[in-house]
Design a protein around this ligand. Structure first.
Ligand SMILES: Nc1ncnc2c1ncn2[C@@H]1O[C@H](COP(=O)(O)OP(=O)(O)O)[C@@H](O)[C@H]1O
Ligand SMILES: [Mg+2]
Length: 593
């Protein structure tokens, strides 16, 4: 049951565009999905639908002309959309790894396979060390400065102690450690008090300001927010403060959410004005005395993105404030009681740990042992011999195995596979898919599997999201989406699938995907969809729930829509797939439900 699963990554309303000479390409237009621990989410759609852009956003690998318009990617308490490059290097390749269609793009053609693997391990180790050294230096510099300001302290002695610490914490004599500990609680409690005070200040300011600003929202006075956002920006603290990142995170998260809501409000507002002009109907002050049911209709028809009334958005903003203040209060609660002595010990332990991390080196014999182990895990026979070969000496399938091995070196939680088998022939493709299933099971990995070929995922996916023109149009459990698909685009993908028993080639879906500089309003698939209703050209369909774990965004699911039955060929495909899957299971194929 989905609800009982542990959510490991959540993508919320992601919107990404690219600036080009011809205009802004709206590549990803509001994508949301959850990835669960130990499950495979397949993202399926034709070329250009925004699959790679979505996955590159998760990896922090988007091209320089990107504009992240909106959205969040939540992973392990971070919003990946907001990470700095330095923060990303800690996650990319260690918590989240990615493999691509062309294994050669990830391999160095003139370096032996083994060297590439140990190099990756050593590099990884280096970056952990670099990061540890950075944290160590920052904290110890901060402590050093803070201690010098304390009354009654022997500044010369402190300077000496920190010279020793800079070399090696472990060289610190017990006497010096005790001396440090006798003053450290003062610094720790002052730091925490400063922190609490600034949080308290933000909470107070917000509570005070809330009513005023909410009034501003109600009257659409957006100027009111300019100085407010400026205030929030000023919460930033000096860079020596080890807690500055945490403080910034809090302020930024709120700022970003507020900005996003304001933008929605502005769009809604301008759509109403357009509606007024065209229909000359709403002349009263915005809402008062207006038949809101009509108003909603207008908003729906003038903005394909907007399905909410401004008053709904206003309520969202209100709850945003409340949530934020609640958040601050909970920090105040947990930080309210201090134990400076205990915390001082924690600080020393932490420093010690960081310093050890930053000095630990991986011996190359250990790196080789680990590399060979993983080569064996990904099914490479004679790993010892392969270790000494160059990529050109290996077949395409072997190369992709090596790339998977490299991706696994850091023991990631999430593996993103972007069309990993597209360049391989059918038999090899099946082997690589089996391998991915095997490592998923053995390592309890969460996988995002991207493909343009729905057929590939029948035995891979637990969950499927079908993407078209930068949006998810249908998602749910693999069985729901395969055997009870509801969106005509999913039907088109099913009918373009090669017949599994005959090994045919994938057939293109008639028509072409839309121009993403001016994406069509309504259902973007409408012009290629023979089931399209008039409404499909006008309004974007919302997600309709089909079953507990199955949703599709098509007006065909509206209770008033005419009944639509999938084409015969699609019904036949669903039947074939069911048979195929049964056989695969019988023959010991890997699938996990
Ligand atoms: N750096 C870029 N500059 C301009 N457009 C881009 C860039 N990267 C991707 N796009 C466009 O974004 C859309 C989605 O691309 P992509 O995610 O690669 O599709 P796919 O689903 O095939 O992986 C396409 O229209 C593509 O041309
Ligand atoms: Mg792609």
């Amino acid at each position: 049951m989905i609800n009982a699963q542990e959510k490991i990554l959540e993508c919320k309303d992601l919107r990404i565009s690219f600036k080009t000479n011809n205009g802004t390409v709206k590549a990803v237009r509001g994508v949301s999905f959850n990835l669960y621990k130990g499950r495979t989410l397949a993202i399926v759609g034709e070329s250009g639908s925004g699959k790679s852009v979505t996955s590159k956003a998760i990896m922090g690998l988007l091209a320089g002309n990107k504009i992240v318009e909106d959205g969040h990617i939540l992973f392990d308490g971070h919003d990946l959309v907001k990470l700095t490059d330095r923060q990303f290097t800690n996650i990319r390749g260690s918590r989240i790894s990615m493999i691509f269609q062309d294994p050669m793009s990830s391999l160095n053609p003139i370096m032996r396979v083994g060297k590439q693997m140990t190099e990756a391990l050593i590099l990884k180790n280096k970056s952990v060390r670099k990061n540890a050294a950075y944290v160590f230096k920052t904290i110890s510099r901060y402590l050093h400065n803070a201690l010098l300001k304390i009354e009654g302290i022997d500044t010369k002695r402190i300077d000496q102690i920190f010279k020793i610490i800079d070399k090696d914490m472990n060289l610190l004599s017990e006497e010096d450690r005790q001396y440090l500990l006798s003053f450290l609680p003062k610094v720790v409690s002052k730091t925490e008090n400063d922190y609490l005070r600034s949080i308290r200040r933000i909470a107070d300011e917000l509570t005070l300001a809330q009513d005023k600003y909410l009034q501003g929202f109600e009257t659409f006075n957006r100027d009111v927010f300019k100085d407010y956002i400026a205030t929030l920006s000023n919460i930033k603290t000096d860079t020596d403060d080890p807690l500055s990142e945490e403080k910034d995170d809090l302020a930024f998260t709120f700022q970003a959410a507020l900005r996003a809501s304001l933008k929605k409000l502005a769009i809604a507002e301008s759509n109403i004005i357009k509606g007024e002009k065209l229909q000359a109907k709403i002349d009263e002050k915005k809402f008062k005395g207006v038949d809101t049911s009509k108003l909603e209709l207008k908003i729906r028809s003038f903005g394909s993105e907007i399905v909410l009334l401004p008053s709904d958005i206003f309520n969202q903003i209100r709850s945003l404030f409340q949530e934020f203040i609640g958040n601050l209060n909970s920090i105040l609660d947990t930080r309210g009681t201090l134990d400076a002595t205990k915390n001082s010990n924690d600080v020393l332990d932490f420093l010690n740990q960081k310093q050890n991390d930053s000095w630990f080196r991986l011996p190359s014999s250990d790196a080789k042992k680990k590399a060979i182990e993983i080569l064996e895990e990904v099914g490479i026979p004679n790993a010892d011999r392969r270790f000494r070969q160059y990529p050109f000496e290996l077949s395409g399938g072997m190369r992709q195995r090596i790339v998977i091995a490299i991706a696994l070196l850091a023991n990631p939680d999430i593996l993103i596979c972007d069309e990993p088998t597209t360049a391989l022939d059918v038999t090899i493709q099946a082997q690589i898919l089996d391998l991915i299933n095997k490592i998923k099971k053995e390592r309890n990995l969460s996988i995002i599997f991207i493909t343009h070929n729905l057929g590939v995922v029948a035995n891979m996916a637990d969950d499927i999201a079908v993407m078209y023109a930068g949006k998810i149009v249908e998602f749910g459990g693999v069985n729901e989406v395969f055997y009870n698909s509801k969106h005509p685009y999913t039907w088109a993908l099913l009918s373009s699938m090669p017949d599994l028993s005959k090994r045919e080639r994938l057939e293109a879906i008639p028509g072409t995907p839309p121009n993403m500089i001016i994406p069509p309003k309504g259902d973007a698939f409408a012009p290629r969809n023979k089931y399209a209703l008039k409404l499909d050209y006008e309004q974007e369909p919302p997600f309709f729930q089909v079953s507990e774990n199955h949703y599709a965004a098509t007006w065909l699911l509206h209770p008033d829509a005419p009944k639509a039955v999938p084409p015969k060929v699609v019904l036949q495909r669903m039947e074939d797939l069911r048979e195929y899957k049964k056989n695969v299971k019988k023959n010991g194929g890997s699938n996990n439900d």
